[in-house]
Design a protein around this ligand. Structure first.
Ligand SMILES: [Zn+2]
Length: 326
């Protein structure tokens, strides 16, 4: 049993932890998924430019947005080094998923490790507010995420990070700055990795538009659909959960089709407990009798707005990156 190898609750004290031998990374399946998503995304981007009526562009955009949810799930796997056994293949397939998002893979890896290490602390508390806190800022940020405005911040932030000189980065993103926990994993040569990955993204989109004669506006509509579909569900796995770095997440109940699209992303509590386990096995980490809240009900609960905080903030216990040791 997995829980006997590394009991829950001790994970943060472990120096390194490795992929469980009975749960190997599904290398071939993940590779097929990445290649299929690339083929599907290129086809939909092309189709989105080909169709003329606005409603047809939106319909293609909706299909594109669901395909990109699976792409994000694979990008997420790569950020935990769970996409491929070989670190080199994991990196390059992660870069491929990042290009379609679009987000430099190194940015995803750093920001996502920051999310895991600081989960449910004050910097990752979007759903709750302290007495006397500015409710307006909290409310605008919360409904901004739900309405789909989170996604544009990612590519825009990555561009600003890529072009900003060191003095600016140190002023806003150094280790002890409020947002420093997100980008702190990117140091020295890592900054050049972000710049090269950013360049690859720009080259990809310009080449694609030139080769397939795509319409920029139609492409933006497709990404607009993805922006809403992705952003609105970004906090559903954590909203109103316990303020605990590891346990502050939900295992939700969803339809089989959405489980496939999200690559078991609704099992977020199991993922936070064991980020070294591939998406493929997440349901196995729970007993079949576990009671899970419904995904839709949990999603709709968020629209009632942020709530007063009643728990103390958890203390960050480990600065270690939560990557599977290979
Ligand atoms: Zn994760």
């Amino acid at each position: 049993m997995l829980s006997e190898e590394i009991p829950y609750g001790t994970r943060h004290e472990l120096k390194a932890f490795s992929t469980p031998p009975d749960m190997p990374i599904p290398d071939r399946l993940n590779l097929i998924l990445i290649l299929s998503i690339w083929a599907g995304a290129l086809a939909l981007l092309w189709l989105g430019s080909l169709v003329k009526p606005w409603y047809a562009v939106i319909l293609v955009g909706i299909a594109f947005s669901y395909l990109m949810l699976t792409n994000y799930a694979l990008l997420h796997e790569a950020s935990h080094e769970n996409l491929q056994l070989s670190p080199r293949r994991n990196y390059w397939l992660g870069v491929m998923a990042g290009v379609l998002f679009p987000m430099p893979f190194s940015v995803m890896r750093s920001t996502h490790q920051g999310h895991h290490v600081h989960n449910r602390t004050d910097v990752e508390m979007f759903d709750l507010y302290y007495p006397g806190e500015n409710r307006l800022v909290q409310t605008v940020r919360w409904y901004g995420i739900l309405c789909g405005l989170f996604w544009p911040l990612v590519p825009v932030g990555a561009v600003l990070f890529s072009i900003s000189p060191r003095v600016i980065r140190d002023k806003y993103l150094a280790r002890f700055k409020p947002a420093g926990y997100l980008m702190n994993g990117i140091q020295h040569s890592g900054i050049w990795s972000v710049r090269m990955e950013m360049l690859l993204i720009i080259l990809f989109f310009f080449t694609l538009h030139w080769l397939l004669k795509l319409h920029w506006l139609h492409t933006l509509v497709l990404y607009g659909c993805f922006s809403v579909n992705w952003s609105t569900r970004q906090y559903v796995g954590h909203a109103f959960s316990k303020r605990d770095i590891m346990e502050g997440a939900w295992n939700l109940r969803h339809t089989r089709l959405m489980s496939l699209i999200l690559l078991n992303g609704e099992w977020d509590k199991n993922h936070h407990r064991r980020p070294d386990v591939s998406w493929y096995y997440l349901p196995r980490l729970s007993s079949p009798a576990e009671v899970r809240p419904g995904y839709l009900k949990q999603y709709l609960r968020q629209w009632l707005g942020p709530r007063p905080n009643t728990e103390p903030a958890p203390v960050v216990s480990s600065p270690e990156p939560l990557l599977a040791g290979k």
